[in-house]
Design a protein around this ligand. Structure first.
Ligand SMILES: Cc1ncc(COP(=O)(O)O)c(C=O)c1O
Length: 478
């Protein structure tokens, strides 16, 4: 056993990744049993069982006396680009009731949190964080109540500026404003650059909180399609910029929620250049950037910003301490405005917590923790992948994120994700149904799954139950 997977499962997953990446072409012959035994030092039965699994997943086909061949369609399992064009008209948004009902259902105690937006708290160094919090609280100056008001605790902003430096970006700490989580940073940035009635470009599918912010501020949304493999459709954005008086864009460039897709460097650069031509600010939501499975942080669009138009927002909620509610924005030319809005709305992020996080970042081993967290998430992705292959019906498509903890599944069009969600909740499982990720409640046959929890037979069982529910007539009734 390796982790909770058998050797043959590990081998099958490695081969599946190669097939899906397209590095072994459809129709070509897979390596022989003997070649794999020599290459991986495993037994004949391990290879044989791995091939059986790949066959079960629809990735290879056996040909008598000739070996295994890559099955047609095996390397196009990524969900297809959704058929949502940029909305021809900007629209008012009315998403909250749907989102709240789904979020409420997910709060049921004991539910399997496949629809959750957070990773498992067991993956966070809570005792070490508590030590930093206690230490900082003891040493805190009585004047910090005044000194640490926005833009925020100086040590914390310096630590964040140093992390930008680690990515090769020199963000002056004067441009960093500490907020109550990334969500507040994103909302303040949106308020800084819009007025009621303005048009904002968002992703489709996209993070529902962007739609809720637009709804709350009485703005209008234009949805720009996100391809699950290549990300935001820049041609559609260019068209939308010509057709609509877009005042701001709210996009995720790394490990997008819900698809998990990351924009290439070229696309990030092209995005920043396009928006600069139109003088449109970009609110860049990068809360998952630190959770990369590749060696390096995928540089955000901010890196290409020459005009101070990009407001980069992130937090420690997904990587370290969701409950501490500490986030920030590096807001370029809008820094002063964001800082004033922060003062005018919630005044300040909690002062002892800011100091505690600054202490942890300096002394607590954040990078070591991140390396462990990324490895755990990557392993959980493999487990989820195997379970999807094992239990979900043939024809299910899914994205291949290289970071974060979300998978985006596409089922055949007849599937009703809302009905699947309703039945799953009855069984103690909460998947996130596609319609909550769009202003028009599109993505009716899509679901987002969270793989941010240590693998367990309970999660495996939940995927099996989803597979069963997908066969129910009411779920297939559309
Ligand atoms: C894409 C995205 N942005 C922002 C947030 C909010 O982050 P925070 O908890 O730091 O406010 C979330 C949380 O679910 C998210 O998924």
């Amino acid at each position: 056993m390796v982790g909770s997977m058998n050797r043959y499962e590990v081998l099958a997953n490695a081969m599946a990744a190669e097939i899906r990446s397209g590095s072994i072409a459809v129709g070509s012959r897979m390596p022989s049993l003997r070649q794999i035994i020599a290459q991986h030092g495993v037994s004949q039965s391990t290879v044989f069982r791995a091939y059986c699994l790949l066959e079960e997943w629809g990735l290879v086909r056996a040909q008598e006396r000739s070996g295994y061949y890559v099955a047609p369609g095996a390397n196009v399992t990524a969900a297809r680009a959704p058929h949502v064009a940029a909305l021809a008209e900007s629209s008012k948004v009315d998403i909250s009731d749907l989102v709240f009902s789904v979020l409420d259902a997910a709060k049921t105690p004991g539910i399997v949190p496949l629809g959750s937006a957070f990773p498992s708290p067991h993956l966070f160094p809570l005792p070490r964080l508590a030590k930093s919090l206690a230490q900082a609280s003891r040493l805190i100056s009585p004047w910090s109540t005044v000194v640490d008001l926005p833009p925020g605790n100086e040590h914390l902003r310096r630590q964040i500026a140093m992390r930008y430096m680690g990515m090769g970006l020199s963000q002056p700490m004067e441009e960093i404003v500490i907020t109550n989580g990334a969500l507040e940073a994103l909302n303040l940035c949106l308020m800084a650059v819009t007025r009621p009635g303005d048009v904002v470009a968002v992703e489709s599918p996209g993070f529902y909180a962007a739609l809720q912010a637009i709804e709350r501020l009485d703005l209008r949304a234009v949805e720009i399609p996100v391809d699950p493999v290549t990300g935001l459709d820049l041609d559609a954005l260019a068209d939308a910029l010509k057709k609509h008086p877009i005042r701001a864009c709210w996009f995720m460039t790394n490990f997008q929620n819900p698809t998990g897709v990351t924009l290439s460097l070229e696309k990030k650069k092209a995005l920043v250049e396009l928006l600069a031509q139109h003088e449109v600010p970009l609110i860049e939501d990068d809360v998952y950037g630190e959770l990369h499975f590749q060696p390096e942080y995928p540089v955000p669009a901010l890196a290409f910003d020459k005009q101070g138009l990009v407001m980069h927002c992130s937090s420690f909620s997904k990587t370290l301490a969701p409950g501490y509610r500490i986030g920030w924005t590096s807001a370029g030319r809008f820094t002063d405005k964001v800082q004033r809005l922060k003062l005018m709305t919630t005044l300040s992020a909690s002062i002892p917590v800011q100091a505690g996080l600054a202490d942890y970042l300096q002394h607590g081993g954040y990078d070591r923790h991140l390396r462990k967290l990324r490895a755990a998430l990557n392993q959980q992705l493999s487990e989820m992948d195997s379970a999807i292959g094992r239990w979900l019906p043939h024809g299910t498509r899914r994205t291949h994120p290289s970071g974060g903890y979300f998978l985006w599944l596409e089922f055949p069009e007849a599937i009703d994700a809302m009905e699947l969600h309703r039945l799953a909740i009855e069984q103690g499982i909460s998947p996130a149904p596609g319609p909550i990720f769009s202003a028009t409640h599109a993505f009716e046959h899509y679901v987002r799954l969270n793989f941010g929890h240590p693998w367990s037979s309970k999660i495996d069982d939940a995927i099996r139950v989803l597979g069963d529910l997908l066969g129910r007539p009411s779920v297939r009734a559309k």
